[in-house]
Design a protein around this ligand. Sequence first.
Ligand SMILES: [Zn+2]
Length: 159
Amino acid sequence: MRCELCGEEIRGKAYLGVVDRAELILCEKCVKRASKVYGPLGAKKPASQAITQSRRATRVEGGRREIVEEVVEDFAERIREARERAGFTKDTLAALLGTKVSVIRRLEEGSLKPTLEMARKLEKILKVQLIEDVSERGLEGGGIEAWEQTLGDVAEFKG
Ligand SMILES: [Zn+2]
């Protein structure tokens, strides 16, 4: 995404602001010149999503497709079964993973979802699959695309 005022790629937060009565997507520098600011954009995105998913865009025939790497839903059972199969106690697994026993307990209860990084370590240690690639299941509200849709609607409304 680019700043619509200076044209630079926005690396930090992006804002929606009014400059000379025009609504523009602004970078952190240009937002200071706005008479009114609605942003930052995408701020409502839950943090947990960023931790448990990593997105990468791949080029396939017919255009762009987004692949989402996600920790499997039944991670708790998979971890417990694989740990027991490997003959590890929770303490051993915690030590191998470099974490606390309480973390292992919560993972196996399903009350704590492992981060992708943690899941990758567990996959290696326990030789079990915990991460799957899922195709993007369409847009969920709250993202940048949803914002752009909203902007379009506003512009149309004003004619
Ligand atoms: Zn700018």
